[in-house]
Design a protein. Structure first.
Length: 115
């Protein structure tokens, strides 16, 4: 069972920045992909960004140019740098990894963008 521990959420003003971290309990090269999803109240969970084992990244249209996903292989950690945050970015953010058809999720971290 893969364990994912997230950190970095919080309250930030519009235009501000946050960095989310997700540390896995095993070598991230075991995973086909790692990424971040988010779920706002009353809405479906949606993909925010992902990075595959080869380093190819993918972003949702709503965050492209503002968010950056990266990973530190030595620390088994994936990051989501979020800049120019907007109120509509408010949601619970979940770390996700995929390994040969199996999906694993973190516990979620709240991001609130408000003045």
């Amino acid at each position: 069972q893969v364990q994912l521990v997230e950190s970095g959420g919080g309250l930030v003003q519009p235009g501000g920045s946050l960095r989310l971290s997700c540390t896995a309990s095993e070598n991230i090269f075991n995973f086909n992909s790692m990424g971040w999803y988010r779920q706002a109240p009353g809405k479906q969970r949606e993909l925010v960004a992902s990075i595959d084992v080869g380093g190819t990244t993918n972003y949702s249209r709503s965050v492209k140019g503002r968010f950056t996903i990266s990973r530190d292989n030595a620390k088994n950690t994936v990051y989501l740098q979020m800049n120019s945050l907007k109120p509509e970015d408010t949601a619970v953010y979940y770390c996700h990894v995929a390994r040969y058809g199996d999906d694993y999720w973190g516990q979620g971290t709240q991001v609130t963008v408000s003045s």
